[in-house]
Design a protein around this ligand. Structure first.
Ligand SMILES: [Zn+2]
Length: 244
């Protein structure tokens, strides 16, 4: 798998227990607009918030049958993605182990609020995950010194332990696809993302479907699992030389 001309699509599944949001996402994932097997990057149930584990597991199993399944950690609360204190890497390990203990094979990660630090990256590499938290764009709501990783093409992240983490950066939002920002990515992998909650809005829903059809016409449709298994990027980076 040489790496160019491919596109993948992922969804940050923020509200898996909301029936309307879930029904919209399920239908889209089953329909495969543009030919894409959309990865469901799911936020595990929040026990403190009393979220229903059994319903969640049923939905995650259904999503895993339709596309790659990934872990999307929210560190603070269902509606507060980035960590505010505690042990971010510990929470990722705990959630990954919880998924495995419940029979779910997830090996793709995207940190909520685009949060990634070297300790989280070490846990991911140790558990055999590929990461999608690096972004080719700078999220507007983050301050300049907020922990994140910038990268515009697949690479390995060299970690202090000596391990390497396969990085499959997120390159395009829905809006960026709609604005035609595909051209600079001629030689690299496009990874477009959206949120399940985008699907409640009829305008966004239409724009998303059109964007995926457009992307599918321009690129070879693969999925994150195929990239994880087949891509061996030549480039290596580290947190110290993260792109802006
Ligand atoms: Zn999120």
């Amino acid at each position: 798998m040489p790496g160019g001309r491919y596109a993948v699509v992922s969804c940050h599944v923020e509200r898996p227990l909301d029936d309307e949001v879930w029904d919209r996402f399920s239908a889209l994932q089953a329909r495969r607009p543009g030919g894409f097997r959309i990865a469901a990057l799911m936020r595990p149930p929040d026990q403190e918030a009393g979220e229903d584990e059994i319903l969640w597991l049923g939905r995650a199993q259904a999503a895993a049958e339709r596309g790659p399944l990934g872990l999307h950690t929210h560190w603070t609360a269902p509606d507060h993605a980035r960590p505010t204190n505690g042990d971010p890497a510990g929470r990722v390990r705990q959630q990954a182990e919880w998924l495995r203990a419940h029979g779910l094979e997830a090996s793709i990660f995207c940190g909520g609020g685009w949060y990634l630090d070297p300790s989280v990256a070490e846990v991911l590499a140790e558990l055999g995950y590929a990461d999608c938290t690096a972004t080719a764009f700078r999220p507007g709501y983050l301050t300049a010194d907020a922990p994140r990783l910038g990268a515009s093409e697949p690479c390995y992240v060299q970690l202090p332990s000596g391990r390497q983490l396969l990085e499959l950066p997120t390159t395009h939002s829905l809006g960026m696809l709609a604005r035609g920002l595909l051209a600079p990515y001629r030689r690299s992998v496009v990874h477009a993302y959206f949120h399940d909650t985008d699907l409640i809005d009829p305008l966004r829903r239409t724009a998303l479907a059109a964007g995926l059809v457009f992307l599918g016409a321009k690129r070879w449709q693969v999925d994150l699992g195929q990239l994880q298994r087949g891509l061996r990027p030549a480039k290596t980076m580290s947190f110290a030389n993260s792109a802006p």
